[in-house]
Design a protein around this ligand. Structure first.
Ligand code: HEC
Length: 221
């Protein structure tokens, strides 16, 4: 019976074709008081949005009265993404020596003083493994795998330390980057080696050429 009705609706839909599509205001059938099959009370009327047209929807004005547009400050606080070419890197700088102190205080408990990771904590090895990716035992680290140094900045700034994500200043992240990338032999390991937006964007990572372009046409450049 149910299937039969559906078939009729489908046939009608096909016959009526596009003429029916989107014409006039949408109407909603009245709800029955009880559900035919079980005799249960029908659900209360579905609340309708107060918006009359798409684009009118301002959350604070809806029937629910929740939410509000994000302010510029709120957006700026989470607009911290850094692109592979360095776009989005903030002002500031930090040195290898500053990074060493910060790393030892903030990161070493989880990633190890030697940066070899602490597997019981799930904190990965950060350096080493260069040249192992195509072997039977690939060791994926920032040094061996990540194609862009800016990703280290973005990720650390956004997500580390695990227990206090977002707590590091731009200067601190530059310093920690200088220390970790220095230890990895990617940038210099003199105490005064400094990273900032300009130098960070110029770093060529060991595995930069280890990726192939995505051939799907909708992904593009
Ligand atoms: C409380 C433990 C903890 C602390 C402290 C911590 N991390 Fe992590 N870190 C983790 C865990 C766990 C992961 C894995 C997260 C995942 O895979 O989602 C991780 C992942 C990372 C990664 C990604 C590595 C990869 O190959 O995917 C980087 C880079 C990193 N941490 C850097 C840092 C730096 C730099 C600091 C210090 C500022 C830091 N972490 C402090 C626990 C920690």
């Amino acid at each position: 019976m149910f299937t039969h009705n559906l078939t009729i609706i489908c046939v009608l839909g096909t016959l009526a074709g596009p003429a029916l599509a989107q014409e006039g205001a949408r109407t909603v059938a009245a709800l029955p008081e009880t559900l035919e099959e079980t005799g249960e009370r029908a659900p209360a009327e579905v609340p309708q949005s107060s918006a009359e047209e798409v684009g009118d929807i301002v959350p604070a004005n809806t029937a629910y009265g929740v939410g509000q547009p994000a302010s510029e400050d709120e957006i700026a606080a989470i607009d911290i993404d850094v692109m592979p070419d360095g776009r989005g890197l903030p002002e500031g700088s930090g040195t290898y020596a500053e990074g060493e102190k910060l790393y030892e205080t903030i990161c070493a408990t989880c990633h190890g003083a030697d940066m070899m990771g602490v597997s019981e904590l799930g904190a990965p090895q950060l350096i080493g493994g260069r040249g192992t990716l195509a072997s039977d035992q690939p060791v994926k680290t920032v040094e061996s795998y990540w194609p862009y140094a800016s990703t280290f900045f973005d990720y650390t700034h956004r997500a580390m330390p695990m227990t206090e994500a977002g707590s590091l200043s731009a200067d601190e992240v530059y310093a920690i980057s200088a220390y970790v990338l220095g230890k990895a032999g990617i940038t210099g390991s003199e105490a005064a080696t400094t990273l900032d937006a300009e130098s960070m964007a110029k770093i060529v990572m060991p595995n930069a050429d280890g990726f192939v372009a995505d051939p799907r046409p909708d992904i593009g450049e």
